[in-house]
Design a protein. Structure first.
Length: 266
């Protein structure tokens, strides 16, 4: 029966094509099908062209970004500018959100006009990623008492006082606030004795790494080499420190006794 049906069906098409009207009808159907295919193809092509030429915003370096620069420094220093470019010109992994720079460092130099991509960055590691362009990491040696070893921790802030000897005509010790509100990158923890006895706090030495401005590093180095350095822990809600204040024997002798702190009573 199936073969007979196909035979009849084939015969029907032959009869249809044998007439002028049938031939025109078949040609019209074929033309409509071909037109539909062409319209679909043109529509897809225009869609792809429009998609490739549609604008997309990405970050482009506005200046030279050196290898090792942290994402935080790039964002805070506005070392990039959001730029609208055609989608077909967007590099793979292009960055368009500053949050993508958090905790990253540049793995190579990025030149002006170059798109920032995920391939240009890696997870941050080491101290350089925590420093801004004008900041420096500096390690000094403190003893257990002066460095508040065990009480100051990474991320704390401290005031740095220098205990020095006057270089004027008469020798006189003085203490001066050297740096205020200094971030502690690596707190003093390991303590070693210099042979004077482990029970002597001044003999227990430890290293502390501080984040300072480039112009402050020299003063801190001088104070560390030529005197003693005190670290004074600051609370989160600390008031402004009195910069430039100097304390000496003369200033203590001539100063009025400080007022007793107010006490809450019942």
């Amino acid at each position: 029966m199936e073969l007979t049906g196909n035979k009849y069906a084939g015969g029907g098409w032959r009869k249809l094509l044998a007439t002028r009207r049938g031939t025109v009808l078949v040609a019209t159907v074929c033309a409509l099908v071909a037109a539909g295919i062409i319209i679909f193809a043109m529509s897809s092509y225009r869609h792809n062209v429009n998609a490739e030429n549609s604008p997309e915003t990405v970050f482009v370096a506005s200046g030279l970004i050196q290898k090792g620069t942290s994402g935080e420094a790039i964002a805070s220093g506005q070392l990039f500018k959001p730029t609208s470019i055609a989608t077909k010109q967007v590099s793979a992994g292009a960055i368009a959100d500053a949050a993508q720079l958090h905790g990253k460092v540049a793995t190579a130099d990025i030149y002006p006009g170059q798109q920032l991509t995920s391939a240009d960055f890696t997870a941050s590691g080491g101290l350089p990623s925590e420093l801004g362009p004008t900041q420096r990491a500096m390690t000094i040696t403190v003893d257990s008492a002066h460095g508040m070893v065990g009480q100051i921790h990474n991320g704390d802030h401290a005031d740095v006082y220098a205990d020095l000897e006057s270089g004027s005509g008469k020798t006189q010790q003085f203490v001066r606030l050297l740096l205020a509100n200094v971030p502690v990158l690596k707190a003093p923890s390991s303590v070693s004795s210099n042979g004077l006895g482990s029970n002597n706090p001044s003999s227990q030495q430890s290293n502390v790494t501080l984040k300072v401005d480039s112009g402050q590093a020299g003063a801190l180095a001088f104070a560390s080499d030529n005197g003693k350095v005190w670290l004074v822990l600051r609370p989160a809600n600390a008031t402004q420190s009195q910069s430039g204040s100097t304390v000496s024997v003369d200033s203590l002798a001539s100063a009025s006794p400080p007022a007793a702190p107010a006490r809450s009573g019942r």
